[in-house]
Design a protein around this ligand. Structure first.
Ligand code: SF4
Length: 692
């Protein structure tokens, strides 16, 4: 039987899957699985939107496993979140091991720095007096004790994670890893056993299915220099991206550059920390190099201070222009991200001292008779070279079609980062992924800018050409124009499970009564469901203000209200919200997506504002500008589809199972008053609508 027929049979009402616990025949799942099987078999790419409840992970895992085993290929499955990674490796794959008619192996692929390097640990223990302060030495001892007990030697096996400064000196590092010295046949391996990293590496090299996250995938992709025969990362592999809506942003972060004052300090402190007087140079007692490190630390600090002051000046000038153009509407905002449009923001006072230090360190490497210290020094030099190149590239703005910006972060805004990213990652992804001779499958609950399949009761599967498909926008952004685009329907009955309320009388946010109206309607709808509500905002300050204003009401109603950004970590907030069925949660950005609250606890999702991105972020601004420059309409081509995708994600929080019911409330009358409002309404599954 060919793969497509085999998969179709497995997902049928009487197929092999029906033996699994809780199996329920879902035509949407079957159709997605068949489409994945067909794409793999024909070496095609596929982007498929499969809403909540379709059971998409099995719909791609089963064809992927059958295909990988039959064709001796490797299935690389990439997720964005740890939750999904854990669901695949702890639940779905072990279950499939039990029921599939083929034997297969799988492994979780973690970055190498997650693993202990036993050789570095041994050396660090010998040199502890020179490298570590007394509290760090105690931490090193804890790592040593743990190394005797740990199963896989990776960070996740700690009850309490070690201090990163110490771990960084004992974890596996590409530039320091020398399987020749400590590989399987070496004396080191005979004496100390084969190291954790090599064991993990063997496991993942021989596995049929590899699970990893997008960040690691793009990091590894960046390290692949030559074309891999028949594959992307490994010979004869194929890749499945779940949570594919995040591909663009993760890729963009990895292709670009990012260098901060903290990153600059790190390799320098590894050489010599003037405060603790510890570091690699302490093992060599080289005064001249120590002096250079101290000077470079000062020079780096001064350089980043110059960057900050130059940005303050630019921001000030920008504010003045805005005030003239915009009647002072955006006055007085301190910058957190500032776009740098011209090269040479500040004089380059950093790269020459870096180069001087590198030369001295190179001499030390030549004269050092301790090979392992020599390798550590080489690694520091490699890192310093990368930093030097990054600073030069940032100041010179040498990247083609890149946007440059400076970011201030941290509690006291003390961390300053120089960034660059390509305005468009489609080109890169097209070249590195979609022009290869293997399949790329992308899936997510939200990839399309409309839910037409669901609204018009079409057959569950809809294949279409890019230009007409609701998935065309996504495909274009990630360079997957060659992919088959598919939107499977939903197993949920939205007409019965969900109702939409739109408030038509909302004032404009610029009007004085806006916050009062918002408060009034939030109260109105929260009373209707007695809590059990997410209130989603696009404006952090407004959310905090409303949270404070409405606290007395919640106290009166006996409802707990959790407000994002008031001290409780996001995951704790969510756990508390789930546990307290009647509670209310006020959230911004991260609560619009990737949050799963099945059952009664979430019966009401209040969308305070259509989620148009503020074009303040340099990357957003540059993307919109690029569209305008080529004569396009940045609102239609970028802002609107992005907002619709986010809106659909927000709405998608409500119905998570077949038995969930609830209301969606939209407190933004642009959905009725503006021409584009219909596009948002079309983005929702067909359900009763009431305008109030
Ligand atoms: S192979 Fe690499 S990670 Fe393993 S002990 Fe040797 S240097 Fe360390």
């Amino acid at each position: 039987m060919d793969l497509v027929a085999q998969v179709e049979e497995m997902f049928s009402p009487m197929g092999i899957l029906s033996r699994a616990k809780n199996f329920e025949y879902r035509p949407q799942q079957q159709q997605m699985a068949v489409a994945v099987a067909r794409a793999l078999q024909n070496r095609q790419h596929l982007a498929v939107e499969a809403g909540t409840g379709v059971g998409k992970s099995l719909a791609y895992l089963i064809p992927a496993i059958l295909f990988a085993v039959a064709e001796r290929k490797k299935a690389v499955v990439s997720t964005h979140t740890i939750n999904l990674q854990e669901q695949l490796s702890d639940k779905d794959l072990p279950m499939l091991e039990q029921i599939l008619p083929v034997k297969f192996t799988y492994a979780l692929l973690k970055g190498r720095q997650n693993y202990l390097c036993t050789r570095r640990l041994r050396k660090a223990m010998q040199q502890a007096g020179n490298l570590f302060t007394s509290s760090e030495t105690a931490e090193l001892q804890r790592i040593y004790e743990w190394s005797k007990e740990t199963e896989d030697g990776s960070l996740s096996d700690f009850d309490v994670e070690p201090e990163m400064r110490v771990w960084a000196q004992v974890c596996s590092e590409r530039g320091l890893c020398s399987p020749k010295l400590c590989g399987y046949p070496s004396d080191f391996a005979k004496e100390h056993g084969v190291c954790f990293f090599q064991r993990a590496r063997n496991r993942f090299l021989s596995a049929d299915v590899l699970v990893l996250n997008h960040t690691l995938l793009f990091t590894l992709l960046g390290g692949v220099e030559e074309e891999v025969p028949g594959g992307i990362l490994f010979k004869n592999d194929f890749v499945i991206f779940d949570e594919a809506q995040q591909m663009e942003s993760v890729a963009s972060r990895h292709i670009g550059l990012s260098v901060s004052n903290a990153q600059m300090r790190y390799p320098l402190h590894r050489l010599w920390n003037p405060r603790t007087e510890k570091g690699l140079l302490a093992t060599l007692r080289k005064g001249a190099a120590v002096k250079l490190v101290a000077e470079l630390l000062d020079a780096a600090d001064a350089f980043f201070k110059d960057v900050e002051s130059a940005c303050d000046g630019l921001s000030h000038r920008k504010q003045l222009t805005l005030r003239e153009e915009d009647s002072g509407r955006r006055k007085g905002r301190a910058w957190t991200e500032l776009r740098i449009r011209q090269p040479n923001l500040v004089p380059d006072t950093a790269t020459l001292p870096i180069q001087r230090l590198r030369e001295v360190v190179s001499d030390l490497i030549k004269t050092s008779d301790d090979k392992e210290i020599g390798q550590e020094l080489m690694e520091c030099n490699r890192r310093l070279a990368e930093l030097r190149e990054a600073v030069t590239a940032f100041l010179g703005q040498s990247g083609v079609d890149c946007v440059y910006w400076v970011e201030r972060s941290g509690k006291t805004q003390k961390n300053v980062t120089l960034n660059a990213a390509p305005v468009d990652v489609a080109d890169y992804l097209r070249r590195r992924l979609f022009e290869s001779d293997t399949s790329i499958v992308m899936t997510s609950a939200t990839l399309a800018v409309s839910a037409r399949g669901e609204r018009r009761n079409r057959p569950a599967m809809e294949e279409a050409h890019r230009s007409t498909s609701p998935l065309g926008y996504f495909a274009k952004r990630v360079g997957a124009e060659a992919a088959t685009l598919l939107q499977v329907g939903t197993p949920f009955n939205y007409e019965r499970q969900m109702k939409l309320f739109v408030v038509s009388k909302m004032p404009d946010p610029r009007e004085a009564g806006y916050a009062d109206a918002l408060e009034h309607w939030i109260e109105h709808f929260i009373r209707q469901t007695h809590g059990k509500a997410f209130v989603l905002f696009t404006n952090f300050k407004l959310m905090l203000e409303l949270g404070e204003r409405m606290q007395p009401l919640f106290d009166k109603l006996g409802l707990a209200c959790f407000v994002q950004g008031t001290g409780t970590p996001r995951s704790t907030m969510l756990e508390k919200f789930k546990a307290d069925v009647d509670s209310v949660l006020f959230g911004t950005d991260s609560f619009w997506q990737g949050v799963d609250v099945p059952g009664e606890a979430l019966s009401n999702v209040i969308i305070t504002r259509l989620p148009f991105a503020v074009p303040d972020h340099p990357l957003t601004e540059a993307r919109m500008e690029a569209i305008e420059v080529r004569g396009g309409d940045s609102f239609q081509e970028f802002s609107l589809p992005e907002a619709i995708l986010k809106f659909r994600q927000g709405v998608g929080r409500l119905i998570r199972t077949k038995t969930d019911t609830g209301v969606i409330v939209v407190l933004d009358n642009r959905i009725l008053a503006k021409k584009y409002g219909q596009a948002f309404l079309d983005a929702l599954p067909k359900c009763p609508v009431e305008i109030v």
